[in-house]
Design a binder for this molecule. Sequence first.
Ligand code: 5SP
Ligand code: FE2
Length: 224
Amino acid sequence: MSSCLIAPSILSANFARLGEEVDNVLKAGADWVHFDVMDNHYVPNLTIGPLVCEALRKHGVTAPIDVHLMVKPVDRIVPDFAKAGATLISFHPEASEHVHRTVQLIKANGCQAGLVLNPATPVEVLDYVLPELDLVLLMSVNPGFGGQAFIPSALDKLKRVRERIDRLGKDIRLEIDGGVKADNIREIAAAGADTFVAGSAIFNAPDYATVIAQMRAEVAAARR
Ligand SMILES: O=C(CO)[C@@H](O)[C@H](O)COP(=O)(O)O
Ligand SMILES: [Fe+2]
C-alpha cells in the first residue's frame, strides 16, 4: 500500500486569504493541495480556474497541486491548468467525449492523470483505461459542494477499486473525496484509500495541524 497522503480541499478555505491558508495547511502537515474547479454547468457551482492555480505557484507554493476538474467539456482547459502549475489533473468521464484521449492529453501536457467516479458511476468505467492512470478518485458525495455527508456505499466501491489496482500491480493512487473526517477516515483507509481529500474537516477546525495529525494516526491504525 502506498504512503498516506492528506490533500486538503481549498474549497473550504477562506478565499480572501487563500495564499496564507494554503501556506498554513501545508505547514500543518498537508501533502497536497486539492483544487476544486467547478463550472456551473457540469456541477451547480462556480469556483476557481487556472489563474488562481498560477497565483498559488507565484505565491511560492511548491507542494503538488491536485486539480479536480468538474468541468464539461474538459479538454480545452487541460493545457491551461498544466501551464498554471497543476501536478495532477483529474476529470469525470461524463465530462469527456473520449476518456482515453483526455488521459493522453493530460499526460502530453506533463501532468499526472486521474479519473473521477461519482457515487453512481460504476467501477467498470475503469475497464481499458486503468493502466493509463496515475490516480483514481472516488467521490463519496455528489460533486459540487463541500461539507456534505459521506455516502457509505463508497466503502464497498473503494474495496473493489483497490482489488483492481492491486491485481494490476501498478503504482496508482486511490483517492477519496467527500465527507472525510477524523472519525470516519479509519474505515475509509481500511477499505483501501491511500489519498484523502478533506475540506470542511480541516478548514473548519480551529487547528489544522491537530486534525491532520489525528487523520494520519487513524490511517496508521487502520494499517496495523
Ligand atoms: O470535490 C469536492 C466537492 O465536489 C470536494 O473536494 C469537497 O470540497 C470536499 O469537501 P468536504 O466534503 O471534505 O467538506
Ligand atoms: Fe474535489
